[in-house]
Design a protein around this ligand. Sequence first.
Ligand SMILES: *Cc1c(COP(=O)(O)O)cnc(C)c1O
Length: 490
Amino acid sequence: MKFLSTRGKDKIENSFDTILKGIAADGGLFVPEEIPSLNIEQLVGKSYIELANEVIGTIFNDIEKDDLSDAIKKAYHKFGNKILDIRTIGNVSFLELYHGPTAAFKDFALCLLPQLMMLSLKDKNMDKKVVILTATSGDTGKAALEGFKDVDGIDVIVFYPTDGVSSIQKYQMITQDGKNTHAVGIKGNFDDAQSALKNIFLDKDFSVELDKNGFTLSSANSINIGRLVPQIVYYIYAYLDLVKENKIKIGDKVNVCVPTGNFGNILAAYLAKQMGTPIDKLICASNENDVLTEFFNSGKYDANRNLKVTTSPSMDIIVSSNLERLLYFVSKGNSNLISNLMEDLKTNKFYEVSEELKSNLDDFYAYEISDSKGMEIIKNIFDNNNYLIDTHTAVGYGAYTNYVNETGDDKPVIIASTASPYKFPLWVSKSINIDNNENEFALINEINNITKMEIPTNLKDLDKKRITQNLVIDKNEIKNSIADILKVGD
Ligand SMILES: *Cc1c(COP(=O)(O)O)cnc(C)c1O
């Protein structure tokens, strides 16, 4: 497989180099030269691992089958016996993607990415140390730290907004062990971290300096194609599971709804559709940071606004990187157009697509759900179905309801349930009327008493773990702190 930059000026001939590089030299994102198609009917009945081999292997088709299979086995071994779960209530199937080691869907990609990078380092006989730089709105950071922990030849540095994540998310990161892991709090938000890192990746002088010291950079954010491909698998798996459970017949269409931040997870659903999964509409759910809702409704992407800190912090994002890939696909690979739009975004924090391009986006519906609406939803679903969802998933459910009200289309829907409710105990407990003057750690037990829903092992006793990572810096100090951590320069 070859990979092209969305901005047209970079191209890589194989999967390993693309994964290692992370972002294209022209600032664009890598996309596969062609999207392969699958024979969905032949995949019914496959286990998750078998399906992952099939799907990932058709895109990263130049990786040795045995190597890939080994990497996939090792990655999902970390999930315990249940890789994912699906809870169907009426037409709605919640795709529980939070049974991995850090209790959010990011584990699906971030358990596999280090395995693929290790193979790649071996393949290239690389003498340099790879430094994984990651901006996080809360969940990617922990999943990357955990995924890359103690992997030979790789260091991982994560930047998280020190005031923009839940206490649980923060504790997960600041208690991280491993000799190659660094979690750094910034006084700023996710967008500050993401844009600083994008600049660092394109900073030639810094890259020369790092190179002299034996380092090369890569990314674990969803700008890396190695993050996206593993996420395609679970949408196909969910579809096939509905077939297996006789909820739909093979070939019947379903809708997919995804609580969205950086647009990676929903883009994976779009790719599942392009590869042949009978998916009809894609419902993009936003919290009060509703840039994407506005974009899909008006064709205008307007980043001139302040970021709000909401109860679904992992979606508190204004610049959704992976939308660039979608625009590339729907414009049939018009990299000049994409370069111009992204230039507009950089200089004016704004772009607008043509009517024609907008009409190619009609598979997508987008809605914004407020914090208070989200909490109502958590309560209603719990009261009516004795089922607890987290604040991000609640945004997804709310958007789905709006979609049905607007269109009358109530065909079966798969809603990505992106995190365990125990990751956000403050707002989840408040939603179901638990008196919450207590701290988040005590609330985990309170929620468990009332709901009897199992607490993920990785979140138990988190507050009793030793704090190992306590660096907090200004958002302008990101580059310096990387140099410090790697002991590069003066
Ligand atoms: C990362 C994250 C999202 C947003 O996913 P994107 O791929 O960035 O759109 C939604 N919910 C949770 C819980 C997350 O961790």
